[in-house]
Write a protein that binds this ligand. Sequence first.
Ligand code: ATP
Length: 271
Amino acid sequence: MTVVDERRPRASAEHLVKEFPLPRTGGGAPRSVRAVNDVSRAVQRGRTLGLVGESGSGKSTTARLLLRLVQPTSGRIVADGQDVTAVKGAAPRAFRRRAQLVHQNPYASLDPRFSIAEIITEPSRAFRVGDRAARARELLDRVALPSAVLGRRPAEPSGGRRQRVAIARALALEPDPVVCDEPVSALDVSVQAPVLELLAEPQARRGVAYLFISHDLAVVRQIAHTVVVMMDGRAVEQGPVADIFGSPSHDYTRELLAAIPGRRAQATEDS
Ligand SMILES: Nc1ncnc2c1ncn2[C@@H]1O[C@H](COP(=O)(O)OP(=O)(O)OP(=O)(O)O)[C@@H](O)[C@H]1O
């Protein structure tokens, strides 16, 4: 069983609650949806925390709260001992630089007006980091792309290459923690594994903490150390990946696991 080092959190969620107002209907009372309901969990140094649950269970909202892209209704995010939710409005600059997001959709996350060189060095420009041409080549090298793509527009490369560009951009400032929201779901299965491997390298090299959201439980099983199962905004089960997949205690987790295609086939073979 994986032992999680709870003493080295990169960022901790403490009793996070997020309510979104719903449009008023007629003259009725104001209504809201509680997208995240009392979620507490830390992302640890050098570890990947998988976040699973069906659509609408609150995964993306949890991720956006952790990155401080939305303000919680209550609860807080603590990163390196600092409460980054204490002040409303923009997150502290140091935290914005450190915490990054890898989006699901490499098509939507890259601005087609800019060259790939401009896209991957944009964070370095925003935070005034050194020699950008050298940095661009180094970043492409990290994601195993030739420097020939630097002058191209993001529409040109294939989906897998485009997601590599998005990852190069997200990792430009050596962020930690990194939130990956369905990073390979838009990709062909054949290119998912090499893209996932790109995420492993910064974790091995400098102990990056990941929050990894995926509908694909097989992918989560492969790369996460611990797993949180969300249902209706709540974390209904959490623990080491071997425990969650090996002996789930919540009915909802069992249902999610039963829905993995490979598992169904395995269960049929076993019976
Ligand atoms: N900006 C918003 N305004 C109003 N409601 C929202 C907003 N964002 C999310 N919600 C609602 O909050 C709930 C949780 O949504 P969220 O996107 O976090 O779930 P999810 O598990 O990430 O779903 P998916 O897997 O489909 O992305 C849903 O009921 C959703 O409709």
